[in-house]
Ligand binder design. Structure first.
Ligand SMILES: Cc1ncc(COP(=O)(O)O)c(C=O)c1O
Length: 368
């Protein structure tokens, strides 16, 4: 298979574990194992203590799929398939829906696999840019990009790297466009449950039988290391295809990760309250920070998720980020890592060390 390097992930591979503060992380502060086990109900504790470390059920542990289904309206246990993180689900969904010569329409900027896997299959990809004034998606532009060969529309909301959130009406319109063209709507909802001032939007899988909703334990649940993601989709034949493709990648999920995910999902009120408290505190620190540094930095305040996409004035962000990481050990993610032009950078506000990271950034702004 010929596929371009995943620029952002190569950048993280170089820096993530070599710096003091990852100020561009997209996940919420990870749980420690004992902290998570304290949340286990009696059933989960029994499952954990008697866990068999053999192969697991390929489509996912039944109790886990049952719990995941409760995150959605109109989605049954059987409509859920689990994967190794969201990333395996993206990879297999593109392979299940696209072939050489097909066409995909993808909102952009985007997490690279959302369009690069399609390209590697030989599909033609139309990137529909978000409006930088508020990072909204022009649904009419998506409709205009559709062709007879379009097999999939790919969107991400809450959005990385911008923190934008699509409206319910727009999501419903995208589902209708997909239905009208006999295409799929792939809705990357990995940042769901991190909406700042609003309840979660209806998931795409609840709106349409032509939609796939992508979820994961990595972001709002603070459990990226478990590598548990899922797709919720109501179309049985596509589910069968996805399940067959998984036989060629991971076969099944890791047994400990399934039980630990079940613990977190059953305790989700407490887990999400912890995440939202971190995010709320960090967002108010960011309000003050951007107020103080308005001569150099501007931002569209994010509406959801754990990342935003501010802009630096007065110096190239690539140069600035390179000296910042060397002098202060603080990592930013320049827009170039998304293949996006200009001086934006991704900043993450889900981690507990964000205030210390901001101090390093402030010092660097004063001297650069
Ligand atoms: C928009 C988006 N989709 C998918 C993923 C992949 O998630 P995971 O690392 O949990 O597989 C990420 C990770 O950063 C992401 O930001």
């Amino acid at each position: 298979m010929q596929i371009a390097d995943f620029t952002l992930e190569r950048y993280f591979a170089r820096w993530e574990f070599a710096v003091r503060h990852v100020l561009c992380a997209s996940d919420v502060e990870p749980y420690r194992l004992p902290e998570l086990l304290e949340l286990a109900d009696d059933d989960c504790r029994r499952r954990w203590e008697s866990l068999s470390l053999g192969y697991t059920e390929s489509q996912g542990m039944p109790a886990l799929r049952e719990e995941i289904a409760t995150l959605y309206d109109g989605v049954a246990d059987d409509d859920v398939l689990t994967f190794a993180g969201a990333e395996e689900a993206v990879f297999l969904a593109m392979h299940a829906t696209l072939g050489a010569g097909d066409h995909a329409v993808v909102a952009w900027p985007a997490y690279q696999s959302l369009y690069e896997v399609a390209r590697s299959i030989g599909a033609d990809v139309t990137l529909v840019p978000l409006n930088p004034a508020d990072w909204s998606l022009d649904v009419d532009a998506v409709a205009a990009a559709m062709r007879p060969t379009t097999r999939i529309i790919v969107v991400n909301s809450p959005h990385s790297p911008t923190g934008a959130q699509i409206s319910s009406e727009h999501l419903a319109r995208l589902a209708s466009i997909a239905e009208l063209h006999g295409a799929w709507l792939f809705s990357d909802e990995v940042y769901r449950f991190l909406e700042h001032d609003a309840p979660p939007l209806p998931a795409a899988a609840s709106l349409s039988a032509r939609a796939l909703s992508l979820g994961v334990m990595s972001k709002a649940f603070g459990l990226a290391g478990l590598r548990i993601g899922w797709l919720a989709l109501r179309d049985r034949s596509l589910r069968t295809k996805l399940a067959s493709l998984k036989d060629y990648t991971t076969i099944c999920n890791a047994a400990p990760s399934e039980v630990l995910s079940l613990i977190a999902l059953r305790a989700r009120e407490r887990v999400l309250a912890r995440s939202r408290a971190i995010i709320r505190a960090n967002l108010s620190a960011l309000d003050a920070f951007f107020g103080e540094h308005s001569d150099r930095l501007s931002w569209v305040r994010p509406r959801a998720g754990s990342v935003c996409f501010p802009k630096l004035a007065g110096q190239s962000i690539d140069d600035f980020a390179a000296t910042l990481v060397q002098r202060e050990g603080v990592l930013l993610l320049p827009a170039s890592q998304f293949g996006y032009p200009g001086n934006h950078f991704r900043l993450g506000y889900g981690r507990s060390d964000m205030p210390q990271a901001l101090e390093g950034l402030a010092r660097h702004l004063r001297t650069n």
